[in-house]
Design a protein around this ligand. Sequence first.
Ligand code: S3P
Length: 190
Amino acid sequence: MGASTASYGLLNIMIITLIGFRGSGKSSVGPLLAEELNMTFVDTDQQIEKETEQSIADIFAEQGEEYFRKVEAETLQTICQKENQVVATGGGAVLNLQTQLLIQQNGPVIWLQADAETTLKRIQKDQAAGAIRPALTDLDFQQEVVTLLEQRKPIYRDLSDIQIDTVDATPEQIVEHVLPLIEMSDWGSS
Ligand code: S3P
């Protein structure tokens, strides 16, 4: 049986936000974590695609990254109007200042970490399964992942309350690991 919010004493928490690079496991860990805590799972990319009726790749191709980051921040602002949610953010959401402020206001921020090699393998596997991700730089795929991961790491680190190594861990193991850390964080009630 899943743990309830009450048994985990998460009374101070409105929203749990998952951050991390593409392929870090946000979309597979998020729904499981939400289920354990009786919360709703929301994925900002899916929400954006629903609201704009455009794919993320099309938004990048037609309106550019800067426009996408604005839409991403606005979408997150709307999502944050509701309580009791686990929110998976896009890997680059943390680049926007408004988004940074929003995710830190409402509850614990969890950084799902993976090294470049693991990240590359996971993204390649997703792509083989049909996932379409827009290119973010003019670099080749491998260089882009290595470069952006290094650039973003300090931001993920600064923004997160909890850091979880996802390499060699299943989504279920990650959830099991993260639950007590949420309770022990500043956002858990005691
Ligand atoms: C992006 C990551 C994507 C998506 C967009 C931009 C990024 O989300 O928001 O393609 O800048 O790293 P995922 O991390 O869910 O793949």
